[in-house]
Design a protein around this ligand. Structure first.
Ligand code: UGY
Ligand code: MN
Length: 301
């Protein structure tokens, strides 16, 4: 028994030595890299095993999928630039869509931190905020406090005093627009969450649709939540007067904007100017969900 185990240890030792020698002699041929016991991956493995995954390409110096054109923009996460949000405390913001692009609204991400507090929007500006991560407390005009968790949202009419506070980090996406007043109409504060909104009819289309704001006349924009299963796409190749700000919340697919076709994934933002041809097809293995700003209820003249 003893001689057998001595033999096994000896043969294992020789096997290892010969493997190592084989490795070295292979390396002498000039094709192999350093022995794999030192490196997890052979040298230059990315050349021979390229991946087309966009997240992998984010490692490439100078590479971004972001695009900025006259009638549309794609802003992807590796391009986000955060700086302190004016009038807010302990909050960093990244403006993704602003009127300098041609939009009549702003869309920005706000990363609130411990002991943060929002600043008010400019006068006559309405605000819509949606929680993407963490929790915040909204204090409304009447002083009532509302806990907002992921997937909940609030609409604040123009000049409605309010504040958003947090004692931990959270991320919001916010839309603001100078309210387009209509005689004898006013909007009201709305606080709710996506899952409380009913699914709506989408004649001629297959995606699932929820609207987060009332469709009545006073509201000059709405926020749609649209869900597509992989393989589903817009039937209408849309060209319309309305503008859009889009945040892909889940999934991946191909967005057509004008004559360009973009692979997109969760975290991407899109600006669509009036009349830009637009179309989406959901791909991958999980559902796509996007949040979409759309101006409504006003005569374009
Ligand atoms: O309602 C819309 O305009 C929406 N279907 N557009 C879009 O998804 N690009
Ligand atoms: Mn549209």
């Amino acid at each position: 028994m003893q001689s057998f185990s001595a033999f096994s240890v000896q043969s294992l030792f020789f096997a290892l030595i010969s493997l190592r020698l084989a490795e070295i002699s292979f390396c002498h041929e000039g094709f192999c890299s350093a022995p794999s016991i030192l490196n997890a991956q052979p040298l230059y493995w990315k050349v021979t095993q390229p991946t087309l995954s966009p997240s992998h390409l984010q490692d490439l110096p100078g590479f971004t999928r972001s695009v900025y054109k006259r009638d549309h923009a794609l802003i992807t996460p590796e391009s986000h630039v955060f700086s302190p949000l004016p009038d807010w405390t302990n909050t960093l913001g990244a403006y993704l869509i602003t009127p300098s692009m041609g939009s009549h609204f702003v869309m920005y991400l706000a990363k609130v931190q411990e002991n943060s507090k929002s600043g008010p929007p400019p006068s006559d500006v309405e605000r819509f905020l949606f929680v993407l991560g963490g929790k915040v407390t909204l204090t409304d005009t009447s002083g009532l406090k509302h806990k907002l968790e992921v997937d909940s949202y609030a609409y604040l009419p123009p000049n409605a005093e309010h504040s958003v506070q947090s004692d931990a980090s959270a991320t919001l996406v916010i839309f603001e627009r100078r309210y387009d007043y209509l005689e004898n109409h006013t909007t009201e504060q709305i606080i709710s969450s996506t899952n409380k909104q009913p699914l709506l009819e989408t004649p001629g289309e297959v995606f699932e649709l929820r609207k987060l704001l009332p469709t009545s006349l006073p509201y000059d924009f709405n926020i749609h939540i649209m869900d597509f299963q992989p393989g589903e796409f817009l039937n209408v190749k849309e060209v319309h007067y309305n503008q859009h700000g889009l945040l892909l919340l889940e999934g991946q697919g191909i967005y057509r904007l004008g004559d360009s076709w973009y692979p997109i994934q969760a975290g991407d933002t899109i600006w669509m100017a009036p009349f830009v041809p637009q179309w989406y097809a959901a791909l991958g293995k999980t559902k796509s969900r996007y949040l979409l700003y759309k101006d409504v209820n006003r005569n374009p003249l």
